[in-house]
Design a protein around this ligand. Structure first.
Ligand SMILES: C[S@@+](CC[C@H](N)C(=O)[O-])C[C@H]1O[C@@H](n2cnc3c(N)ncnc32)[C@H](O)[C@@H]1O
Length: 248
């Protein structure tokens, strides 16, 4: 760990490098491709003119597929590790860059995608607003934003407080709890010669919270879906909260 790397960042990188892909093996490319295909069918961007930003792209599974569909795509993420991995897939129309989503890029995009609960890591409403302002600055006129988030109501209602699983001889002991504003997940990993803990914390943002944030930057919600099939959102039943908004 260098002096400039905080312990929290070091843990995040360590978990990402060694165990994220084991624990979340079901967050796979097929799921990403199915979701993107459905979104593109609905949004019908013009491959000749569209420019797409995958904001908090992780290792780039959605970006890579959007590029395969013929779209000019840029993926950005805070994790240098994930971007280094994604870069092996770069081509003339697919680029990746390390970037904090609270800061805007200079370029503008016709479509911005923020997928798989990649919002809500921050401590304050001001930081959420900063992300929204960056999105506002990076979107062209009438540009489209897609946010795919957890369904806060169902997440809290169905919270599995404690579970353990062993995958590839690695044991994961997971505890979850929630307060009014956040859901917390504590993951304790036990490998052959290693044992460490990691905490994930995500804000419990609801439809109305996103609507307020979006209205503040002059975006209007045009669609609200509850899963990757794009079925309508139902706060009791839906696994996801998927919002599509357009710059007015
Ligand atoms: C749950 S993962 C989803 C990644 C990707 N969208 C996917 O579906 O595979 C959330 C991502 O948000 C990124 N992230 C967290 N804070 C960020 C920030 N301030 N700026 C950019 N990316 C951030 C993490 O590094 C991580 O890759």
């Amino acid at each position: 760990m260098t002096a400039s790397t905080s312990k929290k960042e070091w843990f995040a990188t360590w978990f990402d490098t060694h165990y994220y892909h084991v624990l979340y093996a079901n967050r796979d490319d097929q799921e990403a491709e199915f979701f993107i295909s459905n979104l593109m069918e609905l949004l019908k961007p013009n491959p000749e003119t569209a420019s797409i930003l995958d904001l908090a792209c992780g290792k780039g599974r959605h970006s890579i597929y959007m590029n395969k569909l013929g779209f000019n795509t840029m993926g950005v993420d805070l994790s240098a590790q994930s971007i280094a991995h994604a870069r092996q897939f770069e081509n003339e129309n697919l680029h990746f860059q390390v970037q904090d989503m609270r800061e805007p890029l200079k370029a503008k995009f016709t479509h911005i995608f923020n997928l798989f609960t990649s919002f809500g890591y921050f401590d304050s409403i001001e930081e959420n607003q900063k992300v929204m302002q960056a999105i506002q600055a990076m979107t062209t006129e009438k540009g489209i934003l897609v946010i795919d988030y957890l369904n806060a109501h169902k997440t809290v209602k169905n919270l599995v407080q404690s579970e353990s699983k062993t995958i590839n001889n690695i044991r994961f002991d997971i505890e979850r709890n929630a307060d009014d504003n956040h859901v917390y997940k504590y993951i304790h990993v036990t490998d052959a010669d290693f044992s460490e803990s990691y905490m994930e914390r995500v804000q419990l943002l609801k439809f109305s919270d996103f609507e307020t944030l979006l209205n503040q930057i002059g975006f209007k919600v045009t669609h609200c879906f509850g899963d990757f099939h794009l079925n309508p959102f139902d706060s009791e039943k839906s696994d996801r909260l998927i919002l599509i908004a357009q710059k007015q």
